[in-house]
Design a protein around this ligand. Structure first.
Ligand code: GLP
Length: 272
């Protein structure tokens, strides 16, 4: 895992957008996995700015969202489809036919979930999956206890997630109890993952995800098994990490490598 701790969420969001933009420039027909929640909003705002000011082109990009609430129509203001429309899709030149969000009103969820997985496979798999982090360490709607091999399916929301998300609905009783979500196994098949977490209320989940054991009780910890994960945290979310000095050193060395400053790293210098 590459762990990058930024002083604040604004600079971390800009960095996340740069990761995504770099992929879109290098592979214009890439497949992006997208997340909802308040965390990725700053990243999406920066992508919108890059599209507007720098001409970042999304016309050939395909997107798959992680999850959707069951029972909400795609035009419901709190549906994740609406969230994506307003937070990103309507402001960039992505082809609407290439954007995919699970359908919370499907009647046959088993078939719908299977087809969603099939669509991801037919698109060539996800190149880069953006992920937020639940305060209990979940990714997408994979609540504690979800199988680390799970696929797209129906899941019940936990009480903690219902309480966390009540702010979007006005009250807890309005939050849907079920969601369709990509599984942990589905997420682990993405070629690259970008995990974002901001704020002091995420600090426990961040520590368990990065430095705790791999366990289904913290579904994000399964990312430790993935070969290409980049974590972008702000100071507040990273404050409980025991090895934060080491992550900062690694990041410093990585920067020097990327800038070709090999001598500063002792590469090519022979000392007897
Ligand atoms: C929900 C979503 C997750 C998201 C999490 C955190 O549970 N299904 O994908 O990561 O909320 O949300 P926020 O970014 O608002 O803290």
């Amino acid at each position: 895992m590459r762990v990058i701790i930024h002083p604040d969420s604004e600079s971390a969001s800009r960095r996340a957008a740069e990761f995504i933009a770099e992929l879109v420039r290098r592979k214009p027909d890439c497949v992006l996995g997208l997340a909802t929640g308040s965390t990725p909003l700053g990243t999406y705002r920066e992508l919108i700015r890059m599209h507007r000011d720098d001409g970042l082109d999304f016309s050939q990009v395909t997107t798959f969202n992680l999850d959707e609430y069951v029972g909400l129509s795609p035009v419901h203001p709190q549906s994740y489809r609406q969230f994506m429309q307003q937070g990103l899709f309507e402001h960039i030149n992505v082809d609407p036919n290439r954007t995919h969000v699970p359908d919370g009103r499907a009647l046959d969820f088993e078939t719908h979930c299977r087809l969603y997985e099939q669509q991801i496979a037919e698109a060539g798999g996800i190149d880069l999956q953006v992920l937020g982090l639940g305060s209990d360490g979940h990714i997408a709607f994979n609540a504690p206890g979800s199988s680390l091999g799970s696929r797209t399916r129906l899941k019940s929301l936990t009480g903690e997630t219902i309480r966390d998300n009540a702010r979007f609905f006005g009250s807890e009783d309005k939050v849907p109890r079920l969601a369709v979500t990509m599984g942990v196994g589905t997420i682990l098949e993405s070629r690259r993952c970008l995990l974002l977490a901001f704020g002091t209320h995420k600090a426990f989940a961040v520590r368990e995800t990065v430095e705790g054991p791999v366990t289904a009780q913290i579904t994000a910890s399964a990312l430790q098994m993935h070969r290409d994960v980049c974590c972008l945290f702000d100071e507040a979310a990273g404050r409980l990490l025991v090895r934060r000095d080491y992550y900062n050193e690694v990041e410093h060395a990585q920067r020097l490598l990327e800038q070709g400053e090999l001598r500063a790293l002792g590469i090519g210098r022979s000392e007897v």
